[in-house]
Design a protein around this ligand. Structure first.
Ligand code: FAD
Ligand code: NAG
Ligand code: NAG
Ligand code: NAG
Length: 289
């Protein structure tokens, strides 16, 4: 190892240690981000403080931004865990800076691209300290009828995509949004009963179409009841395997290898992310099969 590399590594570990010790309450996490973000860019960016919402400092605009993409009223409550900070990038360098700072500060980063996730894990977390990178400013939709393709940025909503397609074509479409809109727990048990009943009807209807041995059907739908990641190392891997093999079947092993190669420290993680293979050193992508 070259001495330069050693020193930068040592420096990185040290700054990680001191900063993550200092940044344990929402307000100091906000202050640390305000300090850290401009330092990631070689050019001064005076607008950077206007994309960072602290839960204490900017409480009313913070709440407005947070609620804007909570689609599920079940998760729109005061007891729902809240991020210390919301970062709303307007350009790519902001995204890079946010990722680097979350890593330096030792804070989990959640990424919200529309907030459609049924379990809301793009904006809630089981970890105490987390920040949300909210992609709603990235919502360009480019439809190319000649090639029958659309390039859609992560923050776009389904309705915007439909609209842009409809503008250019009366025969093209995109199949999405076929599930029920999940809006229960409205204080009235009737809608909940009704949705449960509808689920049972659908389940019965689909039974003859699903595969046998194993019996299953692919449903594009997150469900934390299938299992969540618990702990790190062996325990993280074993718990991740439970939902990982159900969602991805034979692909789970390959996904875990890729994860281990590109993110051995499990920086990008959520309640149902792909776990790192314990005890293996990070490998080069070329050794994957
Ligand atoms: C009414 C409704 C209808 C739906 N219909 C369909 C459908 O027809 N077909 C279908 O396939 N799905 C459908 N979904 C499911 C929805 O598309 C998925 O929940 C999907 O995860 C939404 O993506 P999102 O990025 O908007 O969600 P988010 O809640 O923002 O994120 C989902 C997950 O991805 C992570 N994430 C988000 N952005 C990034 C990023 N840029 N980089 C890394 N990680 C990121 C988040 O942290 C989170 O874990 C529907 C959902 C609803 C509410
Ligand atoms: C949050 O509050 C601080 C202090 O008042 C202010 O400088 C900053 O611009 C606010 N951020 C946003 C995104 O409004
Ligand atoms: C979330 O709560 C706020 C305030 O209580 C409300 O204005 C907003 O409409 C709610 N959003 C949803 C999706 O229920
Ligand atoms: C749900 O189904 C049960 C049993 O079939 C029925 O008694 C009940 O009225 C239904 N509820 C709703 C809200 O549809």
């Amino acid at each position: 190892m070259s001495s330069l590399m050693f020193y930068s590594l040592a420096f990185f570990l040290c700054s990680c240690f001191t900063l993550s010790n200092g940044a344990s309450d929402p307000n100091s996490i906000y202050k640390s981000f305000l300090q850290c973000l401009p330092a990631q860019s070689s050019k001064p960016d005076p607008s950077i403080s206007t994309i960072v919402y602290g839960s204490v400092t900017n409480s009313s605009s913070y709440t407005a931004v947070l609620q804007a993409y909570i689609k599920n009223s079940r998760l729109n409550t005061t007891s729902t865990p809240k991020p210390a900070v919301i970062i709303t990038p307007t350009k790519e360098s902001h995204v890079q800076a946010a990722v680097l700072c979350a890593r330096k500060l030792g804070v989990q980063i959640k990424i919200r691209s529309g907030g459609h996730d049924y379990e809301g894990i793009s904006y809630i977390s089981s970890e105490k300290n987390f920040v949300v990178l909210d992609m709603f400013n990235f919502r360009t939709v480019n439809v190319n009828i000649a090639t029958e393709t659309a390039v859609v940025e992560g923050g776009a909503q389904l309705g915007e995509l439909y609209y842009r397609i409809w503008e250019k074509s009366k025969v093209h479409g995109f199949p999405a949004g076929i599930q029920y809109s999940v809006n229960w727990n409205e204080g009235d048990p009737k809608p909940e009963q009704n949705y449960l009943n509808q689920s049972r009807v659908l389940y019965k209807f689909m039974t003859e179409y699903v595969s046998k041995n194993p019996r299953g059907a692919f449903l594009n739908y997150r469900d934390l009841d299938i299992g969540v990641m618990k702990g790190t190392g062996k325990s993280g891997y074993n718990s991740g395997k439970v939902y990982g093999e159900k969602y991805f079947m034979g692909n789970f092993d390959r996904l875990a290898k890729v994860k281990t190669a590109v993110d051995p420290g499990n920086f990008f993680r959520n309640e149902q992310s792909i776990p790192v293979i314990p005890g293996s050193k990070s490998r080069k992508m070329t050794t994957l099969n």
